[in-house]
Write a new protein. Structure first.
Length: 187
């Protein structure tokens, strides 16, 4: 390790002080916020990426970036929307990165060994997963936020960086496209 000059040490100390200032939320407030938001954000990330382990990593990165941003928020809903916006951006960033081709594994359901009702639900779930996989990322994100997460049109607009006025039409088109994809698979 090389010797450091006094000015380099001062700069490092100033940088440490700047990073501490970014974390404006105290530990108890963050813990309450995390407890309320971690599960829905993880479910959103898991659904958007299709990978639970990647969702774990992106969840950590989401909260890290949220804390680093150190913004001021009008309300708890504003804070939550900002968190989903960060998560959405991380998923988009991840999709842009080149990655090696993945080998897809198909699930086989033996109807003889499984209750027919369970097999039917599993088949519908697989059909839905395949259809969702064929949607555009924005359509998937919107449908997930609206129906799995129960977000309002304003919250969806904030999370995805869209105008509120366009959400109703975009959701309608995404639902219609999903229904058409499901019909194609079934027939």
């Amino acid at each position: 390790m090389r010797d450091m000059t006094f000015s380099e040490i001062e700069r490092l100390g100033a940088a440490v002080g700047e990073t501490d200032e970014a974390f404006q939320m105290d530990e108890d407030a963050f813990r309450v916020f995390y407890d309320r938001t971690a599960r829905p954000v993880w479910a959103y990330l898991s659904r958007m990426t299709g990978d639970a382990r990647l969702a774990d990593d992106l969840l950590q990165e989401t909260y890290y970036r949220f804390l680093r941003a150190g913004g001021t928020y009008e309300s708890d809903a504003h804070r939550r929307n900002y968190l989903f916006r960060i998560a959405t951006n991380l998923v988009h960033d991840h999709r842009r990165r080149p990655r090696p081709d993945r080998v897809e594994m198909t699930e086989h359901v033996e109807a003889a060994s499984v209750d027919a009702n369970v097999a039917e639900r599993t088949a519908r779930r697989l059909d839905l997963a395949r259809a969702m996989g064929r949607l555009k990322p924005r359509e998937r994100d919107m449908l997930w936020l609206a129906y799995a997460n129960g977000s309002s049109h304003q919250e969806i607009a904030d999370a995805l960086g869209l105008k509120r006025a366009s959400i109703k039409l975009l959701l309608f088109r995404a639902r219609r496209r999903l229904a058409n994809l499901l019909r194609e698979q079934g027939g």
